[in-house]
Write a protein that binds this ligand. Structure first.
Ligand code: NCD
Length: 340
């Protein structure tokens, strides 16, 4: 079914519409497996998936582990606090060590943007066969989260046949700390590729004006945008105006560990202005779904009541959909045609 050309998945700027369709279609098949009584597939038997998380994670790491196990792969998890990192070993040497043990895919999270790309370019220079799957690097990119968010939205708008077309013409709001969010950046590539329009909303210091040009500057190495026609990006400073006419809203945590100094001094004011609460959702013309990549900080960017409101909250579905999306990515990387 696939013409999968990627040896590594480092960001979504290099994804074509066909790539998105391939991932969504495969994830959709994996998601419906339990209905046919299949709990586990032998597809990755004998493959070794290694998770190298240099930064904390609850859902992403566990979800990759579960995805690999559901495809019958062997899984190795690296624990930074008890590793030789504490003796000064570098991330690249850590990666080389795990590759020497035979890792087929290294799933990497690090607080520095581009660590995944550096390790991938070492692999390519050395002619090695290991794939890198970026599970979040600094504030640059988080492709599997962008894909699971896309899959969740496509499934919401078109439950029987989720596809890239399900997003076309939809208006999706992303609210909060956009500046420090790799999730927002990956969502911008994914959503606009499917011709959804993205309305970014937040205060100036969390959302600089130049974000409207975000998709005009693809990362180095991508000469031409693989997408012919993208949706628009706009900025709305007022949540009230932003929510008026959107089809879904995604909110983000204040990512304090990625801020050089505290950018929000009055948390109550921030919650009043930008919090996703039932009060603020009254500005929407219609009932819309609410998303959050997690971890949530209740009472800061979203209320407990909204999180627990099953008639609008897609947060648990995002977590559930992360597993088939990561199964699809691991499957594609380990079964790609070796054209390079
Ligand atoms: C995000 C991340 O780590 O980038 N979480 C996730 O992977 N689901 C978002 C965040 O840190 O706020």
């Amino acid at each position: 079914m696939n013409n999968w050309a990627h040896k590594h998945v480092l960001d979504l700027a290099s994804f074509s519409l066909e790539d998105y369709s391939t991932v969504i279609a495969l994830a959709d098949r994996f998601r419906s497996l339990p209905e046919t009584g299949t709990r586990k597939l032998p597809a990755l038997q004998g493959k070794l998936i290694t998770t190298l998380f240099f930064e904390p994670s609850t859902r992403t790491r566990s979800s990759f582990e579960l995805a690999a196990k559901k495809l019958s792969a062997d899984v190795q998890n690296f624990a930074p606090q008890s590793s030789a990192l504490t003796k000064g070993e570098s991330p690249l040497d850590t990666a080389i060590t795990y590759m020497s043990m035979g890792a087929d895919v290294l799933v990497i999270r690090h607080n520095l943007s581009n660590i995944s790309a550096e390790i991938a370019s070492y692999i390519d220079q050395e002619g090695l066969n290991t794939s890198i799957l970026n599970a979040g690097d600094g504030l640059h990119s988080h492709p599997s989260q962008g894909l699971l968010d896309l899959f969740t939205l496509a499934s919401f708008f078109n439950p029987n046949e989720p596809s890239t077309k399900s997003l076309s013409g939809k208006n999706i709001a992303i609210v909060g700390d956009i500046l420090h969010s790799r999730v927002a950046r990956s969502n911008l590539w994914a959503l606009t590729a499917c011709e959804a329009n993205v309305i970014l909303c937040g205060p100036q210091n969390l959302l600089p004006d130049d974000f409207v040009q975000f998709i005009d500057s693809p990362p180095p190495g991508i000469k031409k945008d693989p997408i012919n026609k993208r949706g628009n990006i706009s900025i709305e400073r007022s949540l009230k105006d932003c929510l008026k006419d959107v089809d879904a809203v995604m909110t983000l945590r204040l990512q304090k560990e990625r801020m050089k100094k505290s950018l929000i001094t009055d948390i109550n004011r921030y919650y009043f202005d930008y919090g996703i609460t039932h009060e603020n959702l009254k500005y929407c013309r219609r009932k819309i779904p609410v998303m959050h990549p997690g971890p949530v900080n209740r009472g800061i960017e979203i209320s407990s009541e909204v999180i627990q409101d099953n008639s609008i909250s897609l947060i648990n579905q995002q977590v559930r959909n992360g597993i088939p999306i990561r199964m699809a990515l691991l499957y594609l990387l380990t079964n790609r045609k070796l054209t390079e």
